[in-house]
Design a protein around this ligand. Structure first.
Ligand code: IPM
Ligand code: MG
Length: 362
């Protein structure tokens, strides 16, 4: 098969982790007889520096004309003083909206080899951590009107949070469908004790539940959910939630698995063209030092193969290689934990090379 992948290296550690992921994709293409071509896209701080815009229209067009998009990370302190609508993150938000990828899937799964790196107590980790957060990605407070006005001699900032029934219904369906393919438990997370948008969210979820009698739906307030994720993560199978709650909870969920550096994510809409990225940021403090962990991006590339290109065997091949490298005791700095002595410390480039070397056609 031939596939065109739009590649956004971005800022900070973005270029180094994406470089390793492309190395792995090329090795998989070679093994399985596919051809992947790459179209380079500037987005984020590097696009601001080059084009004065975090995502010029022609760059968005390249993404829309691709079979899928692979993204490293964007942003950094260098662009902190840039006005809000021109910040690197704005490029990412425009990309998500432009691609119509309303459903962001963020797995929180512990690798057994990394159980020690979890900050939770062993008896909690032993009960198992394996759930998915389905986050609504192109609505809510991220995309509502915002402005800062002068009122009574001081500044007043306004952000608006809106959701329509149809926006809630389409992400709700993804939540139910995802649960249906797993352990059939869906937890809808909102703040219906305070917010109208959450009350509508809850109502729509319960209407949908009638269409999915095989899935058990529960409701949880977001503050309680934040607590339950650290107290008893084994209770969760699939969580479905709105944009900002999902942003916050998915960082928390990734942390309990031991390393945010290991976690990929997919963002999909109604077409097969998806956006795939690690969930961590651009880590400007370690950029260019060969200290980053490329695994989250490599696993994001595996998700692209699985969900957008229908290449399940190829995706398994990458995930098995990652597991084998961990089995052999190789660890980047972020996942070495407290027992550093027993492990072989690697940098970003070596981690990528090891994963490539462990790819075997199943
Ligand atoms: C994420 C990030 C982004 C978000 C930022 C960079 C805009 O935190 O993907 O979770 O808030 O969605
Ligand atoms: Mg986030």
């Amino acid at each position: 098969m031939e596939k065109k992948i739009a590649v956004i290296r971005g800022d900070g550690i973005g270029p180094e982790i994406v470089g390793e992921a492309i190395g792995v994709l090329d090795a998989v293409a070679e093994l399985y007889g596919h051809k992947f071509t790459y179209d380079e896209v500037d987005m984020g701080g590097c696009a601001i520096d080059k084009w004065g815009d975090p995502l010029p229209q022609e760059m968005l067009d390249k993404c829309l004309q691709s079979d899928s998009v692979l993204l490293g990370a964007v942003g950094g302190p260098k662009w902190n003083s840039v006005p809000g609508d021109k910040r690197p993150e704005k490029g990412l938000l425009r990309l998500r909206a432009g691609m119509g990828v309303y459903s962001n899937n963020r797995p929180a799964k512990i690798w057994p080899q990394l159980a020690d790196a979890s900050p939770l107590r062993p008896e909690i980790v032993e009960k198992g951590i394996d759930f998915i957060i389905v986050r609504e990605l192109i609505g809510g407070i991220y995309f509502g009107d915002r402005k800062t006005v002068e009122e009574n001699g001081e500044q007043k900032a306004i952000d608006t949070l809106t959701y329509t029934e149809s926006e809630i219904r389409r992400i709700g369906r993804i939540g139910f469908e995802t649960a249906r393919k797993r352990n059939k438990r869906l937890c809808s997370v909102e703040k219906s004790n305070v917010l109208d948008s959450s009350r509508l969210w809850k109502k729509v979820m319960h209407e949908l539940a009638a269409e999915y009698p095989d899935v058990e739906l529960s409701d949880m307030l977001v503050d309680n959910c934040a607590m339950q994720i650290v107290k008893d993560p084994a209770q969760f199978d699939v969580i479905v939630t709105e944009n900002m709650f999902g942003d916050i909870l998915s960082d928390e969920a990734s942390m309990i698995t031991g390393s945010i550096g290991m976690i990929p994510s997919s963002s999909l809409g109604d077409s097969s063209c998806g956006l795939y990225e690690p969930i961590h940021g651009s880590a400007p403090d370690i950029a260019g030092k060969d200290l980053s962990n490329p695994t989250g991006t490599i696993l994001a590339a595996a998700m692209m193969l699985r969900y957008s290109f229908d290449m399940a065997a190829e995706a398994d091949c990458i995930e098995n290689a990652v597991s084998a490298v961990l089995d052999e005791g190789y660890r980047t700095a972020d996942i070495i934990g407290s027992q550093a002595a027993g492990f072989k410390k690697t940098g970003c480039r070596e981690m990528g090379a090891l994963i490539r070397a462990h790819l075997t056609k199943g």
